[in-house]
Design a protein around this ligand. Sequence first.
Ligand SMILES: *Cc1c(COP(=O)(O)O)cnc(C)c1O
Length: 384
Amino acid sequence: MNPTPNSRLPLRCWAEIDLAALERNLRLIRASLPAHIRYVAVVKADAYGHGLPQTVARLMHSGADLFAVATLSEATAVRELGPGWPILLLSPLLPEEDRFLADYDLAATVSTAEEVSRFDAVGRQAGKPIAVHLKIDTGMGRLGVWHEQAAELYQKIAAAPHLRLAGVFTHFASPDDDAAFTEEQRRRFLAVLAQCHGIKLNELFVHADNSAGLETMPGASPFNAVRVGLLQFGILPHPNSLLAQVHTEPVFSFRTRVGITKTLPRGTTVSYGRTHTLTRDTTVAVLCAGYGDGIPRAVSNRAQVLIAGQRCPVLGRVTMDQTIVDITGVPSVKCGDEVVLVGRQEKNEISITEFSRWAETIPWETLCSVTKRVPRVYRTTLGV
Ligand SMILES: *Cc1c(COP(=O)(O)O)cnc(C)c1O
């Protein structure tokens, strides 16, 4: 969690979070789905770096149905914002964590028979049933019970007196680029459901990782919920999925300011990554942000930033507190000017996808890499 920034101090490097855009995104995604599909908001890792409390509060207001998180501390943070909201823990619990399921009224993911007996014991001690979602491994090879043993584990849950089955789900490995394997995973999932005698699917959350589960089986599909992570923040995770046609807007932008500018004369030898001699007079701006803020060192000599609405290339290595850019030909840049690392400025935009490519990573990791030195600044009003 971020330290509370001293809001009286000017901003040097900050992330701007547009909560109104977040709300519009949720409403657009909902509107593109059949009315009975419930919305599972995935808000792990500090809501993908956007700030968990602010993001979750807005999503509660906008009509999410369930919150999915990775860790117990994330789950308790959501619980403090909203008594009564269903919360699903996606990651396995450590044995010492089990009892908090009852204390905070959380749903656990179940992949093993050992978890069934552990959580059943918690329910017995607490005197109330523990909600669980059965996770079925249909080919990811990660969490979940292997699909061939899933019906047996379902029977154990059904027979556990202190558990309440609240959902059943799987995760598609590559919904965007391997349609045949996704189809095979879906077939395995449906085969398990057919073997679970007595399962009441209409009383459960039945979910796969995105809209892929909904696409090809209108009517007959048992899926009645989607888990939405990156897309609600206005970033396209899977270009080929059904939800990719929803025109969401970026919620996150990453900004800093110019520290100093100076002009190095032609012929100067500088060490921007490799030592070289400048072939022209070069004006540089030293920016007030570096890898200590979450600009990956991997973007050294590669990234561009927006200053005065123009793209300016990064020169040399990103350091802990500073990054240097070439502003030759960009008129009248001065100390304090705003610089966009990710986001819009005037008519130009650097998307998080483009920024992540420079760093040879993916938007998920870029968002998780913005450090706690960087205050999140929230815009809350609904736009026109
Ligand atoms: C993180 C996560 C999601 C959300 O994925 P996105 O690609 O960000 O939408 C969905 N399901 C599970 C199990 C996850 O861990």
